[in-house]
Design a binder for this molecule. Structure first.
Ligand SMILES: Cc1ncc(COP(=O)(O)O)c(C=O)c1O
Length: 438
């Protein structure tokens, strides 16, 4: 979920207005419940519940967090939460880009580790929580990324929070693309660094924003932007950062293991692996697992061992998941055909959307936003899609700016062409009925 940093998404309520009293209205969204004028910390719960049960839930917010009873594959079973129906749906919403979450070798490796180590690591990685399987994954990952060292974290979120808060101090500058993930923003806030945002993927604006800064500076971009599906203009970003003497970090949560001839990400795609100072990624997308990593120098690893508090003070990644991720990484190295299949699927689905005139903004990747740009209408469309047999999550504020609502399609190598054809047909039919396209 990207963090909305731009001032245009801030409402009067966020800027300090009181919580509205009359709340049974569909006009409100999360932004109306950010502040309350009461001295009681819990006073906000009453109006929030009134809004939630009175209008939000039934008008479409129930669509969030609906439980699945199957793996996140191409077809899923979902427990619909409004009428409590069991639905069988085509799934275009899960990451699982290479279809590895259910690969037999991945499952077998996780099973074996479960038998060998038990359920959890039962300790912080710097105390008793490091097992041989964690070190094996770090070693394998460092070799894969052609870096001196790699460090594993329990989640991608805690990776960014730990990394930024370990490196930056009050007074240091962090210059962020305005669409970076919430974990990057939260890490910068925790570090109490000075933050500037540059216009999404605009090198000229990065240059402008860097000009007013001195001292230690870190520029942060993503490989593929999580809500937009466009690729960082990395050559220009690297050139500008280097010229200004700033360090550059890339979060390849959505591009590691899928971009580049060998899957080393957008840095490999552009031939810039040695130019970027810090490489971050997750195991929860293309590898179908959980956890995050940082790849870079041995000195960076050494320092983070002492200062990355989200890792130092948190239990290590479960050994079963760690072993499963390690097996998934072996498959990525061995089977480039999975990436090829993914890109064939992406090209096919894109061509179906393009022929129907669907607005996918600037996306060029396996993440394809279906732009609706209407924060209320999108919830009704999502319900209609679900009834027609297609699972797509509406993405609304605060995940994206207001009036930038969209569905986010995630294409996987595990989708069959027939699934994609059927899913596109449902989507296009509903978008036509709702007059989003002609
Ligand atoms: C760019 C980016 N970084 C970090 C994360 C957090 O990763 P995780 O969900 O594995 O904690 C995400 C999650 O969507 C992301 O998109």
């Amino acid at each position: 979920m990207a963090h909305q940093s731009n001032a245009e998404s801030e409402t009067a309520d966020q800027r300090g207005g009181d919580t509205p009293q009359a709340v049974a209205t569909t006009e409100y969204d999360y932004s109306n419940f950010y502040y309350s004028s009461s001295d009681d910390l819990f006073a906000i719960f009453g109006p929030y519940d009134d809004w939630w049960y009175g209008s939000a839930r039934n008008s479409g917010y129930y669509l969030f967090s609906q439980p699945m009873s199957t793996p996140p594959g191409a077809r899923i079973n979902l427990e619909e939460q409004l009428h409590h129906e069991h639905l069988k749906l085509f799934n275009l919403a899960s990451y699982n880009y290479l279809g590895l979450s259910t690969h037999p070798e991945v499952i077998a490796a996780a099973h074996a580790a479960l038998d060998k180590y038990g359920l959890g690591a039962a300790g912080s990685p710097i105390l008793s929580g490091t097992m041989d399987v964690h070190l094996a994954l770090e070693k394998e990952l460092a070799a894969f990324k052609h870096k001196e060292a790699a460090m594993v974290f329990p989640t991608g979120y805690s990776t960014n929070v730990g990394l930024l808060s370990a490196l930056l101090r009050p007074g240091d500058w962090v210059i962020l693309d305005q669409n970076v993930h919430a974990s990057i923003v939260d890490g910068a806030i925790l570090a109490k660094a000075q933050v500037k945002f540059f216009r999404h993927n605009q090198p000229a604006d990065l240059e402008k924003k860097l000009k007013g800064t001195t001292g230690k500076r870190l520029v942060v971009v993503e490989g593929v932007y999580s809500m937009d599906g466009d690729i960082a203009r990395l050559p220009e970003m690297v050139e500008i950062s280097k010229r200004a003497g700033a360090r550059i970090l890339i979060d390849e949560a959505h591009s590691s293991f899928v971009y580049g001839a060998e899957g080393r990400g957008v840095v490999e795609h552009f031939g810039l692996e040695d130019e970027v100072d810090i490489h971050v990624g997750t195991f929860s997308k293309a590898l179908g697992g959980q956890g995050g990593y940082i790849a870079g120098s041995q000195s960076l690893y050494n320092y983070l061992m002492g200062f990355a508090r989200s890792r130092v003070f948190s239990c290590a990644l479960s050994p079963a998941v760690t072993a499963g991720v390690l097996a998934a990484l072996q498959i990525v190295k061995r089977e480039p055909q999975r990436r090829h299949r993914l890109w064939e699927n992406v090209a096919h689905f894109r061509s179906l959307l393009a022929a129907a005139g669907v607005d996918v903004a600037e996306s060029t990747s396996q993440i394809i936003p279906i732009m609706i740009r209407n924060d209320r209408k999108i919830l009704g469309i999502a319900q209609k899609l679900q009834k027609a047999g297609l699972y797509l999550q509406p993405i609304i504020f605060p995940a994206v700016a207001k009036h930038r609502s969209r569905f986010r399609v995630s294409i996987s190598a595990s989708h069959l062409t027939a699934d994609l054809d059927r899913a596109a047909a449902i989507l296009i039919k509903v978008l036509r009925e709702e007059e989003i396209i002609k």
